[in-house]
Design a binder for this molecule. Structure first.
Ligand code: UD2
Ligand code: MN
Length: 373
């Protein structure tokens, strides 16, 4: 009897295990198809290829590591300004304004950092990017002129991947843009937000027509080209779902990673704080500035605003800022005196590289009290 019972129990356990395995298999298959099923979707792939072909001036380079899209792009309206023509093509027909939703997008992208990358390859694959990392769509009139600003020091390896992925994406998005690497001179404590303020000033000195500014970490790559790099009615937070946060927004007021403000939105908040030395807090301060000035943060759909971050250790001289918790409590008081209006720096060098403009700048060091903390 006991044997029989044991047998029955064993049989039940086996069945349960089998069922669990089956369930596991089904879940794995669903997840697998979520990313890769599009490979099998010959029809939409065919469509995407045709869409890019149908542009007489479109560049011959393929979308890198891309797969076709799931569905329509996010239908949010970008801010409305339309730029006058700066890029006259050889065609007789006057150029039309670029479409609100660019027609050649491919949707979800496969992003990986294991294959080796070189600047030569990036250059070879992006022949239509002009010296200094500038580009304008040749077949339509862009609605905005976008300066993309990257705070930087000793991250050459990441920069190659960033340029490799972003140039083709921005081209498909029909963005008129310039890439600016704001490189902190020397080895004093890093200051991300101050570097971005410098980027704003220097980009405008380079081209006063910029009316949109996108601030991106060098290690963040969008996983979907429907996440349109342009400015919107409200300040934009692009990096909604990051792999390191399980593709979720870590908290409602999160504004780190990649963000974008029009020129007037940026000036309205007096730019970014200059006084956050070291890691952390500056993104929360910027979020506070936006709310305190009566604006709201806009974001893409969580499925579209996905990002991959290149894995890295915390850099030297960018230790967590112990003052950050107190400082973000005081944005209301500090934002009027600390910002683009009080920015001071010394330009060390501007060098135009084929794929970007490098701006090396000395921004000083934290006051002695903070340096000790
Ligand atoms: C998070 C935020 C970032 C910022 C930071 C706190 C994400 C994905 N990003 O980044 O936006 O709020 O926390 O300050 O959550 N950098 C250099 N050299 C250095 C140090 C930093 O180039 O030595 C630049 C680089 O562009 C880097 C960025 O600063 O991507 C942010 O620094 P991080 O990547 O070390 O910090 P992380 O990933 O925690
Ligand atoms: Mn990072």
């Amino acid at each position: 009897m006991t044997r029989l019972l044991l047998g029955v129990t064993l049989e039940r356990i086996c069945k349960a295990v089998l069922l669990l395995c089956l369930l596991h298999f089904v879940i794995i298959m669903i997840l697998y198809f979520d990313v890769y099923a599009q490979h099998l979707d010959f029809f939409s792939r065919f469509n995407a290829r045709n869409a890019s072909r149908s542009h007489p001036f479109s560049n011959s380079s393929r979308p890198n590591s891309t797969v076709p899209s799931y569905g329509p792009a996010s239908a949010e309206a970008p801010s409305p300004s339309t730029k006058p023509s700066t890029n006259q093509s050889t065609t007789e027909k006057p150029l039309q304004p670029c479409q609100e939703t660019p027609p050649g997008l491919v949707g979800r992208l496969l992003i990986e950092f294991s294959s080796p990358m070189s600047m030569e390859r990036v250059q070879r694959e992006n022949p239509d990017v002009r010296q200094g990392g500038k580009y304008s769509p040749p077949d339509c009139l862009p609605r905005q002129k976008v300066a993309i600003l990257i705070p930087f020091r000793h991250r050459e390896h990441h920069l190659k991947y960033w340029l490799h992925y972003l140039h083709p994406i921005l081209r498909r998005q029909k963005v008129a843009y310039g890439i600016y690497i704001i490189n902190q001179f020397g080895e004093d404590t890093f200051n991300r937000a101050k570097l971005l303020n410098v980027g704003f000033m220097e980009a405008l000195k380079d081209d006063e027509e910029y009316d949109c500014f996108i601030f991106s970490d060098v290690d963040l790559i969008p996983m979907d080209d429907r996440n349109l790099y342009r400015c919107y009615e409200q300040p934009r937070h692009f990096a909604v779902g990051m792999d390191k946060f399980g593709f979720r927004l870590p908290y409602a007021g999160y504004f780190g990673g990649v963000s974008g403000l029009s020129k007037s939105q940026f000036l309205k908040i007096n730019g970014f704080p200059n006084e956050y030395w070291g890691w952390g807090g500056e993104d929360d301060d910027i979020f506070n500035r936006i709310s305190l000035n009566g604006m709201k943060v806009s974001r893409p759909d969580i499925r579209i605003g996905r990002y991959r971050m290149i894995k890295h250790e915390r850099d030297k001289h960018n230790e967590p800022n112990p003052q950050r918790f107190t400082k973000i409590q005081n944005t209301k008081m500090t934002m009027k005196r600390d910002g683009i209006s009080s920015l001071q720096y010394r330009l060390v060098e501007i060098s135009r590289q084929p794929m970007y403009t490098n701006i090396t700048v000395e921004i000083g060091r934290p006051p002695p009290r903070l340096a000790r903390g």
